[in-house]
Design a protein around this ligand. Sequence first.
Ligand SMILES: *Cc1c(COP(=O)(O)O)cnc(C)c1O
Length: 499
Amino acid sequence: MLYTSTRNSAIKVSAAQAIASGISEDGGLFLPVSIPELSLNDIEKLCGLSYMDRAVEILKLYLTDFSLEEIEKCVNGAYGGGKFDSPDVAPLVKLNDKKYALELWHGPTCAFKDMALQLLPHLLTESVRKTDSKKTTVILVATSGDTGKAALDGFKDVENTQIIVFYPEEGVSPMQKLQMITQEGENVNVCAIKGNFDNAQNGVKAIFTDKNIKSELNNNNMAFSSANSINWGRLAPQIVYYVSAYCDLVSSEVIECGDKINFVVPTGNFGNILAAYYAKMMGLPIDKLVCASNANNVLTDFIETGTYDKNREFFTTISPSMDILISSNLERLLYMMSGNNDEKVKAWMNELNSQGKYSIDEEMISKLQEHFICGYCDDEKTKEAINREFAECNYLCDTHTAVAAETLHGYAKNGEENIVSVIASTANPYKFPKAVLEALSAEDVSKISEFQALDKLNEITGVPIPARLSSLKDKEIRFSNVCEQKEMADITLKMLGIK
Ligand SMILES: *Cc1c(COP(=O)(O)O)cnc(C)c1O
């Protein structure tokens, strides 16, 4: 299986090359030139397997330049050894006869990014080795919260890698900050930036493209790479859990193999729902993919009208991991839906860059709407959904999952929904304890600490607090550095021991 770029179909690279380089030189994203098929017979066979074995079977269809042993080693390293607190890795929980939650937050950081970021370090080191590089890989991350911690945890103590995370001093939640500054591991570094997420992001981009720094690294036998969600190595692991959820429904006789189901996905960068689209294209019987947004509803408008327009007010919401106006993974969908038209994709992305908007044609709009349903809700509705799901289904949603639950509620109300829907549950509710508590009680959360909010939420709901979050209170703080954006390059070299 070869990979090409969304902006230049002439490019052909192996999976290892695509993963090792992260992004194509033309600025496009790598994607497989064709989509492997999964027959109903294949799916039935997968039903009898564990999550890890299902992962090996799916990944080997995409990573054809990896040996079976290599894939098994990567999968075991990611999901084995008690790293996930559920033996099923991504368990399916029944909410009612027609509604299930696919819990993607049983990994070390209690959010869905772990599903990909626990596997990516293994895929990346294997890919770098395959491309015959003997260099140490240096992962630089600018984060607004969840990605930084998940990347730190995934890359900690992985051989031949160093990871450095920059976060905005005032721009992450208290829980997210604590998770990062207490991170263990010999090869990890964390630094706060005076400024916002854009400052951190721009600083990292400047380091990536600085020729002097690049050659300094080269002289020291090191090279940069990215753990960002545009890396194919983050998308492939996400296809697995959609197939696995379907198998679980078949195994428990909720559906018969071949019956169609819906997936409802709380969406930000479009990575998670794009993986579901891949599963559908492979042959997994999926009816609709429901794309759920918060008040930053740029995708809702795009799916309804065919115009993507990021020129709009940016809202800070209680579902911060979806506060995004440029959904970068959409580029892969555009490429596939336009019939692999790299010229068109390039033109749209140029328009997005220069005017902040672009429009697709009627034919593509109807293709898009054939697969995708969309909806959005604001913070008030999100809290209502947390309340409703807990009262009616005894299920405690985090703020992101609640956006999906609310969107499905709107869709199902129209009487259109008789088939089983699976909601992607993307974070443990205790990761956003104040907002969830506020939804369920009259508590004035501004007067209490994060940890008090954990305890109160536990008192009200009886849902256990993950030890991984409650134990943060007593962990040693390892990283208290704060720097200016202009100091980031210097700090990076110092952290790598070059200066
Ligand atoms: C990142 C994230 C999302 C959005 O996923 P995308 O792949 O960016 O669409 C949703 N919920 C949570 C909790 C996340 O961390």
